[in-house]
Every structure is written in structure tokens, then in C-alpha cells.
Design a protein around this ligand. Structure first.
Ligand SMILES: Nc1ncnc2c1ncn2[C@@H]1O[C@H](COP(=O)(O)OP(=O)(O)OP(=O)(O)O)[C@@H](O)[C@H]1O
Ligand SMILES: [Mg+2]
Length: 362
């Protein structure tokens, strides 16, 4: 999928911006505070219905404006055009528009545009909470496995009900029903994640890391969120008394994690910051490669401030690998000097960003 026309209104310092994107490579150059990251953040809303910089939607709405809108047309792999939009108001209401159909549920947008992001915070994938690593697997499953969305929704609903029952004074009521739902869907989520990781992603990640970090060998494994040798139903039962006391279910795929080790030690305890970023780059590239192999969909990759992230050689290697994977790239930098090697890429558009406006270089 490739973004074509993009329109952004009342988003941070962007009052009203329109651009037609290049199908392979788009470079945004501008001074600090000009609006480069805001453009990527607005595109991120089209793929995730949220920002990558703040949890509060209000913060991205331009000061003194009632709400923001981001809209795009995209060319799908079969050549057809689709249209997507999202707008959010200061009262936190949201309208999503998918090919003219309006919805109030932001999550309806999420499985359409396969957008990925690489920012100075990307090493949080290895340094941050397990939730970020679960999201790494789930993002791909939402895009490649149609049934995953339903498993995920039913599991979360069951977990919410079961936690509420554990906290209530009548814990027996409906308990078995929600426990069965939780276990059935929890096992399905877990099997899908483990199969994706072990059979598909690990070989791709290892192949990428041979190029990106040839001096290291990695062991990647999935911890499913409950004890080995037990079914989820048995693990829930085993922990029931303690969980009733605490008021929540403590085992299941909502506690899963991805473990990445090198030389027997957690990778983040050995690798330098730049090496960690290259590890994340290899993992994200594997997502793109798998998505493409499985669905023929190509991703849209947002690279924010890549000059501050990686040294020149690593920037070159990562961007050229993304480019050969047929992703559509949106890259920001303060100065073209950070991306000099892109001079060899004729197939691109360069945009100069100033005060929330863009001027295309001709
Ligand atoms: N809600 C808002 N309304 C208006 N302006 C905002 C809002 N939030 C942030 N800004 C301003 O928008 C501008 C653009 O910020 P952005 O982070 O996009 O800049 P940038 O070009 O990525 O800069 P850098 O090179 O420093 O990363 C900044 O001046 C910021 O202060
Ligand atoms: Mg920025």
C-alpha cells in the first residue's frame, strides 16, 4: 500500500498542509521545530489512530483549534484507490472515515494501513515494558491473520469481565463462562504469536542481523505468560486463590513477553545504544518482509530523525534494505548532509518544511 495524497489540518504547528507523496521515498528537511515529526505523527494516526509521542490526543490539536483532521488517498496493491481519514476534537470525540464510511470507533482504522515507525524512542522495544514487545507481534498478526482481531477482542472482553468478577463480592456468578472464553481465546492468541515468531520471524530477523550486527548471535524466544507444562485453564485455576485476593487474572497472553539474548545475557544489557537500534531495525525489517511475503502488502515506513539515531553506514544499510523491500519511506532530517547517500536515489521527492508548511523541491 502506498500513500498518495495527504491532507493535514490543525495538527500541532500545521495549519493546513497538502502533499502528494512519492511511491518510494519521501524526505522531509527542516530546522528544529519546523514540523517534520508532526507530519510523521499525523501519518501515524492513519495507521494506529494514536500518536507515537503522547497518549493525549488533545496535545496534538493545534492550540485554540477545535480539532484536527488527517486524510489520505492510498493506492492498494491491486492498483485500486482507497481513502482513509481521522479527525479528533478537543472533547475527545473521534470520527474515522474508511472509503466514505464513517465510524466513531478509532480501532476500525487500525488494520488497513500497515504503517511502521522508527524514531529515537524505538529502542524502547527492547528497553521498555513487555507490552511493547507484544504489540510488535500483534501488529503483524492484525495485518496477516484475519481471525486474530476477533480472538484479541474476545480475550480482552473476557479478561475485563473476569477481573471485575474477581473483585466483586459474588465471584462465582458467570465465572466459568468468562473463564472458558478467556482460556479458549488466550490459547489461540498464544499459538498464533508463537508460530509467527518461531517459524517466520526469527529466521528473517537472524538473516537481517547477520548484515546489521555480524559480530553477535541472538537467541530470541517467546514467553507465553504462564507456566510451562500447563494449559491456560489449569494455570488460571492454579493461581485462582491468589488472583481472587488481588482482584485480577495474573496469567495469560496479556503477560507474555519476547526475550532477546546474546551470549546468554539480555541483549539490552550488552549492546550499545546504536547496536540496540540496529537490532530494532532488523526486527522491524523482518515485519515488513513477512507482511510482504504473506499478503503482498507493502508497509509504509516512517523514519524520524534518523540522523540522530544511527551512524552513516547503518543509516545507509537500513534505508537501502527498506528501499529494496518495496516499502514507502517517509524520512525526516534536519540537514540533507545526514542523508547524502540518498543522492544516488533518483526515485524520490524532497520536501522542505518551514513553520508547518511544505515546499517540494523541484
Ligand atoms: N498543539 C500544538 N499546537 C501548535 N503547535 C504545537 C503544538 N504542539 C507542538 N507544537 C509546535 O509544533 C512545532 C513542530 O514540532 P515538531 O516536533 O514537528 O518539529 P520538528 O521539525 O520535528 O523539530 P526537531 O528537528 O526539533 O525534531 C514545534 O514548534 C512545537 O512547539
Ligand atoms: Mg522532530
Amino acid at each position: 500500500m502506498k500513500l498518495d495524497k495527504v491532507q493535514i489540518s490543525h495538527f500541532r504547528n500545521i495549519d493546513d498542509l497538502s502533499l502528494t507523496a512519492h511511491k518510494s521515498l519521501n524526505v522531509f528537511l527542516g530546522e528544529n521545530g519546523s514540523g517534520k515529526s508532526s507530519i510523521l505523527e499525523a501519518l501515524h494516526y492513519l495507521g494506529f489512530a494514536r500518536s507515537f509521542r503522547t497518549l493525549k490526543h488533545k496535545n496534538v490539536i493545534s492550540h485554540e483549534k477545535p480539532g484536527f483532521t488527517v486524510f489520505c488517498s492510498a493506492v492498494v496493491e491491486d492498483g485500486k484507490q482507497q481513502k482513509f481519514g481521522i479527525s479528533r476534537q478537543v472533547d475527545d470525540s473521534c470520527v474515522v472515515n474508511i472509503n466514505g464510511q464513517k465510524s466513531k470507533r478509532a480501532s476500525d482504522l487500525v488494520s488497513y494501513l500497515p504503517i511502521q515507525i522508527f524514531t529515537p524512542q524505538s529502542s524502547d522495544l527492547l528497553l521498555g515494558a513487555p507490552k511493547l514487545r507484544r504489540r510488535y507481534l500483534d501488529w503483524l498478526l492484525f495485518h496477516v491473520e484475519q481471525s486474530f482481531n476477533l480472538d484479541f477482542q474476545v480475550f480482552n472482553r473476557s479478561l475485563k469481565h473476569l477481573n471485575a468478577l474477581y473483585r466483586s463480592n459474588q465471584p462465582e456468578q458467570d465465572l466459568d463462562y468468562w473463564k472458558d472464553m478467556l482460556c479458549e481465546n488466550g490459547e489461540a492468541i498464544s499459538t498464533k504469536r508463537a508460530t509467527l515468531l518461531n517459524e517466520h520471524l526469527i529466521p528473517l530477523i537472524n538473516a537481517n542481523l547477520k548484515d546489521f550486527l555480524p559480530e553477535f548471535c541472538f537467541e530470541i524466544s517467546y514467553y507465553r505468560g504462564w507456566e510451562k507444562g500447563y494449559s491456560l485453564a489449569d494455570a488460571v485455576e492454579k493461581n485462582r486463590l491468589r488472583d481472587l485476593k488481588n482482584g485480577f487474572v495474573s496469567v495469560g497472553p496479556h503477560k507474555a513477553d519476547l526475550r532477546i539474548k546474546t551470549q546468554g545475557v539480555n541483549a539490552h544489557e550488552i549492546l550499545s545504544r546504536g547496536q540496540l537500534r540496529m537490532l530494532v531495525a532488523g526486527m522491524q525489517l523482518a515485519q515488513t518482509q513477512y507482511l510482504h511475503a504473506q499478503t503482498a502488502k507493502t508497509s509504509i515506513f516512517l523514519l524520524d530523525d534518523v540522523g540522530a539515531e544511527l551512524d552513516e553506514e547503518n543509516r545507509k544499510v537500513f534505508i537501502s534494505r527498506l528501499n529494496t523491500s518495496d516499502t514507502q519511506l517517509f524520512i525526516t532530517a534536519i540537514d540533507i548532509k545526514q542523508l547524502e547517500f540518498l543522492e544516488n536515489y533518483n526515485d524520490k521527492k524532497v520536501f522542505h518544511v518551514e513553520h508547518g508548511q511544505v515546499r517540494e523541491e523541484i
